[in-house]
Write a protein of this length. Sequence first.
Length: 115
Amino acid sequence: VQLVESGGGLVQPGGSLGLSCAASGFTFRSYNMSWYRQAPGKERELVATISNTGRSTNYADSVKDRFTISKDNARDTVYLQMNNLKPEDTAVYYCKSSRLAKEYWGQGTQVTVSS
């Protein structure tokens, strides 16, 4: 099982970034997918979740109307489009797959929002 995040980097406040998480080794279409983030000195927090079919999504209040999660079951990939980024969005972003008692995590990708 592998989850590999990509797309992180340095962006100015107000800018945009798109993250990808490529999955392999499990039946991707059967799993709900989530993005989490962890800033230095803080606990890991849930950013967004999408159902296995992609029809249902949920967002943390702090990113609602700025971030969009999407899932491509044909490509075994989940995405996080981040717009109007703020310095407080700086963190390592992780994707997670979950189904019943099973969950898998990626290694994370750094997002830094700074001028």
